[in-house]
Write a protein that binds this ligand. Structure first.
Ligand code: OSB
Ligand code: MG
Length: 374
């Protein structure tokens, strides 16, 4: 049985090695919300809330997530006994709308506690199967096509199995054309983070010339209907990210033909139970999935890595190694990329599979708050 007796929240700040720009904004230094769950009997586990500083990806922010965790999420789980993590998701959904990233941090942490309790890795707890996973990189919007070509070429040489180019109006066709010309065989895709409307369909159709694996979330963050209309006008598969907030939205996408691929971010859908439901639905419908990223530290990355070992994750994830993001990650060993573009998975280490560098986290801590069972 699992019973949480304390939830500790803390904010750390960690500068990215290079600024990361998407169509809706840029981040240079991350403000990150880490969560520690203390079970009544057993080791504490660390989890990460993937909310960004500003609400430019989803409506959640690190600050709204902290309040949601303090006032709604933590009180729901504190003192409540669970036989396994399965029921946590529906308990957190009941009468509390949204706040999925806040909920996910706790839900996923409870999966890690279950793994420790069973003496298995988080990967095996999720019934993941692979001991290495294919790795992709997400390249932010650059100031010129040449600058993007340079980044993409370096990424191709490093062995990345998928290279994602962030685009927006004014930094799209010309940029992608330059990268494709320089790297004729590279596995390329683009991600627009909602920067277009259906009126841009003819413009977006020009991307069909570049043999892209997919175009990720070109339209509005909650849309499925217009994406279906757009998909009918494109040869390139659409992939939905922001729009897929639950297994029901995934069903809507499949039913309406709004896309042919799904980017699963467990934080975006409220945790692992919902991620597994989306994965299983997609496997049944032969819809490929891959694991997205939110510029996580090594803690959040451990959870993404474990999820990405499931069989439906047939496309390289945005799960780059620690050194892509940080001078010094908060876990040891750091997450790595081998010469084949694969990341080794700690499939036989109990729990999240890496050690958390608590001294380093202490140095980086800006704020802390603990919530106890009443
Ligand atoms: O749309 O996938 C996205 C980062 C922040 C917000 C949204 C997105 C991203 C990424 C980063 O693409 C992927 C990574 O963590 O490397
Ligand atoms: Mg995306």
């Amino acid at each position: 049985m699992i019973r949480i007796e304390q939830v500790a929240l803390r904010e750390i700040r960690l500068p990215l090695k290079e600024p990361f720009r998407i169509s809706s904004g840029e981040v240079k230094e991350r403000r990150i919300l880490l969560v520690e769950l203390k079970p009544a009997d057993g080791e504490r586990v660390w989890a990460e809330c993937v909310a960004s500083e500003r609400p430019n990806y989803s409506s959640e922010t690190i600050d709204t997530a902290r309040i949601a965790l303090r006032d709604y999420v933590a009180p729901r789980v504190l003192g409540t006994p669970f036989d396994d993590p399965g029921p946590v998701h529906s308990l957190l959904e009941k009468d509390v709308r949204g706040h999925r990233m806040a909920k996910a941090a706790v839900e996923m942490g409870i999966w890690a506690i279950a793994a420790e309790r069973n003496g298995v890795s988080l990967t095996r707890q999720l019934r993941g199967e692979r001991s290495r996973i294919p790795v992709g990189i997400s390249l932010g919007i650059q100031t010129s096509p040449d600058a993007l070509v340079a980044k993409a070429a370096t990424s191709a040489s490093a062995g990345y199995r998928k290279i994602k180019l962030k685009i927006e109006p004014g930094a799209d066709i010309e940029y992608v054309a330059a990268v494709r010309a320089a790297l004729p065989n590279a596995p390329l895709m683009v991600d627009a983070n909602n920067a277009y409307t259906l009126a841009d369909a003819d413009h977006l159709a020009r991307l069909d010339d570049f043999e892209l694996i997919m175009i990720e979330q070109p339209l509005e963050h909650e849309d499925v209907v217009r994406h279906a209309a757009l998909q009918r006008r494109l040869r390139t598969p659409l992939c939905l990210d922001e729009s897929i907030t639950s297994v029901n939205r995934a069903e809507d996408m499949i039913e309406l033909g709004s896309g042919r691929i799904i980017n699963i971010k467990p934080g975006r859908v409220g945790g692992f139970t919902e991620s597994l439901a989306i994965h299983d639905l997609c496997v049944r419908h032969r819809v490929p999935v891959w694991c997205g990223g939110m510029l996580e530290t090594g803690i959040g990355r451990a959870y993404n890595v474990a999820l990405a070992t499931l069989p439906g994750f047939t496309i390289a994830g945005d799960i780059s190694p620690s050194a892509r993001y940080w001078e010094r990650d908060v876990v040891t060993p750091a997450w790595t990329l081998d010469a084949d573009g694969m990341m080794p998975v700690p499939i036989d280490r109990p729990g999240i599979g890496v050690d958390v560098d608590e001294d380093w986290i202490e140095d980086l801590t800006m704020m802390r708050e603990t919530i106890d069972a009443r």
